[in-house]
Design a protein around this ligand. Sequence first.
Ligand code: S3P
Length: 176
Amino acid sequence: MRLIRNLALVGFMGTGKSSVGRLAAEVLQFDFIDTDDWIEGQTGKSIAEIFAHQGEAAFRAVEEQAVIQLGQRANTVIATGGGMVANPANLASLKEHALVVCLWASPETIWERLRSQTHRPLLQTADPLAKIRELLAERDSAYRQSDVLIHTGLRPPKEVVQQVVYQFHLARKSSR
Ligand code: S3P
């Protein structure tokens, strides 16, 4: 039986992990942590700076540190970076203390949501939509290992929050 103390939101960039997570934390009266913010706080650098100056591997190493820290938490909603659970060890670690909910959207919806933003290093390419498709295909099986999968393209954000909170209550009931 798993002990579920926290709620972790995983999924691709632009699926709404941070905004849904913040609202879910309010409803549950939980703390809220965004792992990208945590990493920026720890390193004193933006995610884009870490990618540019130290490379993606260095970013993934700090991300692993973030995952380890999260094991100490209780009553926390955790919004993860989109690539975090591409590493199976990170997903396994989250599942030790959290219900892992994956937010899903189509590549087209993701691109629509992200096209006006410029701070995501992995999408600074000539053809960002192709990159989104490629990364989604690579990560598909990892995201599907989550406890719950919620399609965000079909619902307004408020409903996504309700679904997430509902699934969390259900899982908590059966984990006690
Ligand atoms: C990444 C997603 C980003 C951030 C970094 C890498 C990814 O987080 O961690 O740019 O590999 O998908 P968001 O999903 O919050 O944008």
